[in-house]
Design a protein around this ligand. Structure first.
Ligand SMILES: [Zn+2]
Length: 262
């Protein structure tokens, strides 16, 4: 089995979105400078003897326009930047893979930065966390769940509320309410090293600590602590390296396609 990280560009934002109260005023420093930082976005290709799968679908190349259309001004608070080389189909080409070869998709949750390339796929199984899928269908655009990702007639959405083995060596781990009502993490057991994907329960290493530091806005702050400690138990037990979804410093150290973990 080979595991490839597919670089899909980055969002930029105020660091306070990543770590709650990263900068704050004090009596002596009444106007601290906020920090503008990068949040990498990537997808993971699992090239397994039983088929090729993708975990998380990154960003839609048109997202800045969509945000503008709904008045959310993405281009100001979370602008997305990418090069042609970072488009999903071009990253897959680095791994000698085409869109048509993908046998199934797992999305950790249905936020637009994890399902954005779904429009490239047709007639395919997509495993989604049950609770977030149900939430997305109810909340829709009000919470930045877009119909073009969650209401496609030719996509077979498979709601998941338990752990399951995708293929031998790849365990999908159901994570409870925290960043959103439910997420799907992934444990990949490799010869070289075990990898664990916590998705947005932990944007960065700094969120994980210890001590835990929540993001700027939590859907469920008590749930965050519970799920993060469950992750700590699991990664310790499996001696797994954590693949943070949005940590620019960690991302620099990860192997990226065409290099791979095996
Ligand atoms: Zn995210």
């Amino acid at each position: 089995m080979k595991v490839y990280l597919l670089d899909n560009g980055y969002m930029s934002c105020d660091r306070n979105w990543i770590v709650n109260m990263a900068t704050y005023a004090t009596e002596k420093n009444r106007n601290p400078e906020n920090v503008w930082t990068k949040m990498p976005v990537y997808c993971t290709l699992i090239d397994h003897p039983q088929g090729k799968f993708i975990y998380d679908l990154g960003m839609d190349r048109h997202i800045n326009e969509y945000m503008h259309e709904i008045g959310r001004h993405q281009e100001f608070s979370f602008p997305y930047t990418y090069s042609k080389e970072q488009l999903l189909e071009n990253q897959l080409a680095l791994c000698n893979t085409t869109i048509d070869e993908i046998k199934g998709i797992v999305v950790s949750h249905l936020h637009y930065d994890h399902i954005g390339n779904l429009p490239l796929f047709h007639d395919i199984d997509v495993y989604v966390p049950k609770e977030d899928y149900e939430n997305a269908l109810v909340k829709g655009k009000a919470e930045l769940y877009f119909d073009q990702y969650i209401k496609r007639d030719d996509i077979h959405y498979i709601p998941i509320d338990h752990n399951f083995t995708l293929v031998p060596g790849v365990e999908i781990v159901h994570l409870g309410s925290s960043h959103c009502p439910g997420l799907l993490g992934m444990l990949v057991e490799l010869e070289e090293q075990n990898l664990f994907y916590p998705s947005d329960v932990l944007y960065t290493k700094e969120n994980f600590g210890p001590p835990l530091r929540p993001r700027g806005r939590e859907y469920d702050s008590l749930g965050f602590k519970k799920v993060a400690e469950e992750i700590r138990t699991l990664v310790n037990e499996k001696n797994a390296k954590i693949m943070y979804p949005h940590d620019i410093e960690e991302f620099e150290t990860y192997k990226k396609a065409p290099a791979y973990y095996r």
